[in-house]
Design a protein around this ligand. Structure first.
Ligand SMILES: C[S@@+](CC[C@H](N)C(=O)[O-])C[C@H]1O[C@@H](n2cnc3c(N)ncnc32)[C@H](O)[C@@H]1O
Length: 215
């Protein structure tokens, strides 16, 4: 599977993130995220979509207090960390290869007294889904980008959601295939744009499982 599906101009901008760190303030906490482009590629960089989703969550875009939340394709884990700071019980997930880096960022940034709210687990889309049940909220930042994963990602969203689940996907729509994924989702979910950050060209879509649908 292609690890890096972006154009060269996107990639050249990312190479500066080798062995660096970046700092954010959310929910009155300073969050320092390690980035390492060379080691892990796209999973070890904070993408604009993650920052925009964190701002949306902090602004109260969805109630997270006491809710069960899963983050898919978490990368550095910024979104999951912020969700925990905002009161959620969070399962932060990504591919096996991203686990060590993800765990390290989560461990460095979740205060000790909130550690019980966060677990980090491998979840390769479409695989081992029987180990996961429904969540109140599903979060994903910049996870719509690999066409060969679209079917598995859709299957994962269907498996993890009930009719009461809120899905928030933040993304930059770079290619027609990204729009195609949203159309694939519309067969099973109602999908609405709830936010657009013009400065960084990132959309947030909210999805809910359509009622009376056979899966
Ligand atoms: C562009 S990065 C976004 C990372 C992070 N959400 C952010 O916005 O900063 C895409 C993420 O999706 C993950 N990913 C790609 N294919 C995956 C798959 N089949 N199963 C699980 N995660 C996957 C990558 O490992 C990576 O962390």
């Amino acid at each position: 599977m292609a690890l890096v599906p972006y154009d060269e101009h996107v990639l050249s901008g990312l190479k500066r993130f080798h062995n660096s760190s970046t700092t954010y303030t959310f929910s009155n906490h300073t969050i320092r995220i390690k980035q390492d482009w060379k080691e892990l590629g796209v999973a070890a960089v904070v993408w604009d979509a993650a920052v925009v989703l964190c701002m949306y969550l902090e602004a109260g875009g969805v109630n997270l207090q006491g809710r069960s939340v899963i983050e898919l394709g978490a990368g550095t884990g910024l979104v999951g960390i912020v969700a925990a700071l905002l009161g959620a019980e969070v399962t932060v997930t990504d591919r096996d290869m991203a686990m060590e880096f993800l765990k390290s960022n989560v461990h460095d940034n979740v205060p000790k007294d909130l550690e019980h709210r966060v677990s980090v687990k491998p979840l390769n889309w479409g695989t081992g889904l029987q180990h996961f049940s429904h969540f109140d909220v599903i979060l994903g930042a910049d996870i719509i980008y690999l066409e060969e994963t679209f079917q598995e990602l859709l299957e994962t969203l269907i498996h993890l959601s009930s009719e009461h689940t809120t899905i928030l996907l933040s993304c930059r729509l770079r290619y027609q295939r990204d729009h195609n994924f949203l159309d694939m989702m519309r067969k099973y979910f109602t999908v609405d744009q709830v936010h657009y950050d013009q400065k960084v060209d990132v959309y947030i879509y909210k999805a809910r499982k359509a009622q009376r649908q056979e899966f």
